[in-house]
Design a protein around this ligand. Structure first.
Ligand code: WT7
Length: 649
């Protein structure tokens, strides 16, 4: 396969912080002597007490990851206080509402006051260092205040995306034993409201039945919609803030004190609470934000993610604010009021750096170029993508139509677990190839291995591992270190296994090919097939379910469910609709099945293992090459599955 290379753009090279020689020399230093490299770059954040220890990490045995461990700092201090002298009146957050006429700007001075007030509200309600605070909020500035207020007092936040159901929210509240929740009356997206408070009320009830008593629910009024109110438990945000003091000293946090938990799906079991800590995380998030986007002082930066995902944590809030940037927070969706919204907002706020997901690019590409061209987009300088592989057609459209061949595209590969960007081009340093995440960031040592763990060299396909630690790495699964070791370090002993397949080409460029485990990626949202399966079998008419991904033009992958019913039940449209509703209730709208196939049986080996390889092929309508089916217990079930497949071309 030969790919067209787009040379580094002259304009990008001229202004870039890092050119190719610098990249190569820094990369060499970062892997040859990580201690020396990170000693230097750890100083990019302010420390109350400087570290003397830098790296203390092991991927073997019990697995222990510590960075800058004797240093003392505070994330909120680094994201706010240290900027006040120089840029107190600079805008920290530009908020763009769902409604295009609704926006506001928050300066660093204002951010300081709001975060301090909220921190005091939390303190006066008994929230202490180390307590877990659940944040279930729309994309409003108060979500960022909530994160930073937690960081300020040393509480650990756990953000749950607003698209999750009360059940899913309750599961996360219970898992980390969180008794303080911050939410809003309703969210607003694409003109539609989302009943966040109502969902929270239900979740609190479920959590109570599962042994976790929620003490307080702090409610921001976003829409003013009417919501239930529990006296003594619920607190009106605006009222409480007004009564609170506008100063709150930042807590002294050790580098390895937890900053946040973020739940993410894996190939088995319930979602895991990915735990990130303070010092290393902030060093890594801020450094990647600066170099990957070639961020310069004064730039207007926009990442379209939601704070419910790790991208929102690292690249809407922590990375940009630690760098004193102006970060844009968008409440709405890409196609409301119409498919030109992104580009209108770029013009309106003169955005220089724009970071979004391939699924959005594909959807907007489908709406036609006129929506793009009606905006000037003159301010744009760097474009980025994240979340899933970007197909070359979408990449080229982004490059030629949106960026008019003037903006490098940084295709950034990383994960909730990695805390920050791992494999990516740097705008002024890296020649681009459409669809490749290109080369590792400083300190990141990728390795490709085969199924048996043999290391593969040169141009090859393999499973992507990282062989040494980087400061932004997750430290553990909250409350279950053994699961951390099992999930990430046991497939290939002594290595961090990403779960992704990957190709390395003759230039040493990396091309992520997608998950090799039972995780699917739907519109950049990560979903465990096991979770959807367990939601399906919890329906009283379902006996067994198997879920696989299949290629979807816009979403990247769609959710395909094979369902066998209890004896006597019949599969029909009504039941299909009911099952979709059921999954939405159990997990949330983001897990809505795209296809449901009723099947009399699933293909299993004689030992009872479902042969997913076959199910994937049938879902892809590619059943000519099913491979060896001779080990199946009942080969005949396959004929029925093929006959009744839902993706017939
Ligand atoms: C999985 C991680 C990291 C923020 C958003 C997703 C896939 C992510 C890319 C990319 C190809 C990508 C991988 C990864 N992924 N970025 N640039 N190219 N694949 O975070 O929910 O933790 O999902 O997303 O499969 O393992 P996440």
């Amino acid at each position: 396969m030969t790919e067209k290379t787009h040379k580094v753009l002259k304009a990008a090279r001229k202004r870039a912080l890092i050119d190719n020689d610098t990249y190569l020399s820094w990369y060499r230093q970062s892997t040859k002597n990580p201690e020396k490299f990170w000693n230097k770059h750890g100083k990019r954040i302010d420390w109350f007490k400087p570290y003397t220890k830098i790296k203390n990490t092991s991927f073997s045995g019990k697995v222990s990851i510590k960075w800058f461990e004797d240093g003392v700092t505070n994330v909120s201090y680094n994201c706010i206080d240290r900027h006040l002298k120089k840029r107190g009146s600079q805008v920290a957050i530009i908020w763009e509402g769902d409604n295009p006429y609704d926006d506001k700007k928050v300066t660093y001075n204002e951010l300081y006051e709001q975060v301090c007030r909220l921190a005091n509200v939390m303190k006066s309600n008994g929230v202490r260092k180390g307590d877990r605070v659940t944040i279930y909020m729309p994309m409003i500035v108060e979500a960022a205040y909530a994160m930073l207020a937690c960081a300020r007092i040393g509480a650990i936040h756990s953000i749950v995306f607003g698209g999750f159901s009360p059940d899913a929210l309750a599961g996360r509240i219970v898992d980390c034993d969180s008794s303080f929740i911050i939410t809003a009356d309703e969210g607003l997206r694409g003109g539609r409201t989302i009943p966040l408070k109502e969902n929270t009320d239900k979740a609190v009830e479920i959590a109570g039945k599962n042994g976790v008593a929620v003490k307080n629910v702090l409610v921001v009024r976003r829409t003013g919609g009417s919501v239930g109110w529990v006296e003594g438990r619920d607190i009106d945000y605006q009222k409480a803030i007004q009564a609170a003091k506008p100063e709150c000293p930042p807590a002294k946090m050790k580098a390895e004190d937890p900053l946040f938990i973020l739940y993410t799906s894996g190939s088995t079991g319930k979602p895991k609470g990915v735990l990130h800590t303070t010092g290393g995380y902030l060093v890594y998030a801020s450094m990647t934000h600066q170099y990957v986007f070639d961020y310069h002082d004064g730039d207007i930066y926009w990442c379209t993610a939601d704070v419910g995902w790790v991208t929102g944590h690292s690249y809407i809030v922590y990375g940009p604010l630690a760098n004193g940037a102006t970060t844009l927070m968008f409440e709405g969706v890409p196609n409301y009021p119409d498919a030109g919204r992104f580009w209108d907002v770029v013009d309106k706020h003169q955005v220089n750096i724009f970071y979004t997901a391939p699924t959005a690019i594909r959807a907007l590409m489908g709406a036609g170029d006129d929506f793009v061209k009606r905006a000037s987009r003159k301010s744009l300088r760097t474009l980025g993508t994240v979340g899933e592989p970007i197909n070359p057609e979408a990449w080229e459209w982004y490059y030629h139509v949106v960026g008019e061949e003037k903006c490098p595209i940084v295709d950034t590969w990383w994960q909730t677990e990695t805390g920050g960007i791992m494999i990516t081009p740097l705008p002024g340093a890296t020649d681009l190839k459409a669809g490749s995440a290109t080369r590792p960031f400083f300190g990141v040592q990728p390795q490709l291995v085969d199924g048996d763990g043999n290391v593969l060299d040169g141009a090859t396909d393999g499973n992507l591992c990282i062989v040494d630690s980087w400061p932004g790495q997750m430290r553990t699964v909250y409350g279950d270190h053994e699961r951390f070791v099992q999930t990430y370090f046991s497939t290939y002993k002594g290595k961090y296994f990403t779960g992704d397949g990957c190709r390395r080409d003759e230039d040493g460029y990396y091309w992520i090919t997608g998950r090799v485990d039972d995780v699917i990626n739907v519109s950049g949202h990560r979903m465990g097939t096991a979770e959807v399966e367990s939601a399906l079998v919890s329906h009283d008419k379902v006996s067994e379910a198997a879920v696989v991904g299949y290629p979807h033009d816009i979403k990247g992958q769609g959710i395909y469910c094979y369902v066998t019913l209890m004896a006597g039940e019949k599969g029909n449209e009504t039941l299909r609709k009911d099952l979709v509703k059921h999954v939405r209730q159990e997990i949330g709208p983001i897990a809505s099945p795209d296809k449901i196939q009723f099947a009399p049986g699933l293909p299993k080996t004689r030992s009872g293992k479902i042969m997913r390889r076959i199910l994937r092929k049938i879902a892809e309508d590619d059943f000519g090459s099913l491979g060896d089916t001779s080990t199946l217990a009942e080969p005949a079930v396959v004929d029925d599955l093929i006959e009744n497949r839902q993706n017939k071309q």
